[in-house]
Design a protein around this ligand. Sequence first.
Ligand code: DX5
Ligand code: ZN
Length: 226
Amino acid sequence: MTPLPIRIAPSILSADFSRLGDEVAAIVAGGADYIHIDVMDGHFVPNISFGAPIMKAVRGVTDKPFDCHLMISPTDAYLADFAKGGADLITVHAEAGPHLHRSLQAIRALGKKAGVALNPATPVSTIENVIDDVDLVLIMSVNPGFGGQSFIPGSLAKIRQARALIGGRAIDLEVDGGVTPANAGEIARAGANVLVAGSSVYGGNDPSTYAGRIKAIRDAATGIIA
Ligand code: DX5
Ligand code: ZN
């Protein structure tokens, strides 16, 4: 059972950065629920993407929630920049530093929703003691750093474990990495309700394809297509 509604969160990591504002507008027109913002520092993950100024530059394009996934370490010194830049939800990695609870408290003190992400090798038990301090749990179904990787099958068991930990709490359970219309059904059945999709929405960067791709993922997740 999925307690919260299914949300599709296209990742702008796979957008055409030369026309980023138009790319954000296009996924909103195509039915995106959240805008997933992948921030990478070349230190916590082996790739660099963009920071708060780029996110801020496209904030005016839409009122849809900005779901900001920080793949950076350390995190705390940058949280205010992302809050001021327009993030609605800020997710930090459990592996990014020794003081996860402090980071989550800092995000909420900035008036934003707080998320925690787990790399594929990190057990769900890591977040047992902060589960009442988060608004979202993000299960990474690839090793973070790059779009276009294949979904790690063992992630399904972790999604079920995270769903059990969340129980009846109003916490989003998000899955990120290798999500496609072919696996969205089993991901949702395992208990996830927010599906990040980078290359499976933006691949080829043809805006005329986005609505159909978002719908295909949503239909699979909601069981309209088996
Ligand atoms: C990976 C990022 C993902 C990425 C997903 O490190 O956190 O959000 O954009 O891309 P796809 O959907 O192509 O695996
Ligand atoms: Zn992400």
